[in-house]
Design a protein around this ligand. Sequence first.
Ligand SMILES: Nc1ncnc2c1ncn2[C@@H]1O[C@H](COP(=O)(O)OP(=O)(O)OP(=O)(O)O)[C@@H](O)[C@H]1O
Length: 235
Amino acid sequence: MTRLLRIRDVDVEFGGVKALDGVSVDVTAGHVHGLIGPNGSGKSTLMDVAGGFLRPARGTVELAGRRVERRPAHRRARDGIGRTFQGLELFDDLSVAENLSVGLVGGARPARADVEWAAGLLGVADELDRLVVELPHGRRRLVSVARAIAGRPRVLLLDEPAAGLETGETAELGRALREIVAPETAILLVEHDMQLVMGVCDRVTVLQLGGVIAEGSPAEIRTDPRVRAAYLGEG
Ligand SMILES: Nc1ncnc2c1ncn2[C@@H]1O[C@H](COP(=O)(O)OP(=O)(O)OP(=O)(O)O)[C@@H](O)[C@H]1O
C-alpha cells in the first residue's frame, strides 16, 4: 500500500493557541480518508498544512516520499496536490469548460480530454458551455470538484464538497469520489455530512481540540467511545 500523503507530528499555533498539536495522518493510494471533528477542532488548519497554505511550526508533510512542508501552495499543485475550497473560488463569468481548462493556480493546464473526463465524472458534462454564474449552488460545487480533478492530481484535498448539495447530487459525488481514487489517487475529505463520510471513506481520522482522538475504519469510528463523547450534543 503506497502512502501518498504522510503528515507527521504537525504543530500549528495561532497567537499562543495550539490549533494542531502533534497531529499525524497517513493517506494511502486508492483510499478516501475522512477528516472529521467538532467545530474548531483543526480540520481546515490541517488541510491548509497539506495544501501549502500554512507552514507548520513543527512536523513534516511528505507527498509520494518527498518532503514538501516548506513548499508554497502554488508549487504543491505542480507536485500533484489538487484541492477545493469552501468558497469555491470559481470564475463566475467564465464557462464551466473554461474554469476546468484554467485548472488550479500553479498547476498545469488540463487537456481537453481530461476536462471532459472530469465533467463527466461529476455529472456536469451537459453544462460545459454554460457560464458558472448561471448555475445553482450545488452544480457550482460539483464544478469546483471537477476542476480539482481535471489536473489529474495524485492527492486530492476536498473541503466540504457536499455542502449545499441536494441528496441526489451527494450520492453522485460519493460515486465519483470512489472512481477518482481507484487505484492510484488518494483523497483527504473534510465533510460534515456523516452519511457521506461513513459511506465512502476507507479510513477516518477524528480531531478534537487540535489532537487526533481516533483513527480507523468507519465501523470502528462509529463505535469508538471517545468519538461518541466528542459528538455528544452535536447530533
Ligand atoms: N487564522 C487564524 N487565526 C487565529 N486562530 C485561528 C485561525 N484559524 C483557525 N484558528 C483557530 O484554530 C482552531 C482550529 O480551527 P479550524 O478552522 O482548523 O477548525 P475546523 O475543525 O476546521 O472548524 P470548522 O468545522 O468550524 O470549520 C480554532 O480554535 C480556530 O479558532
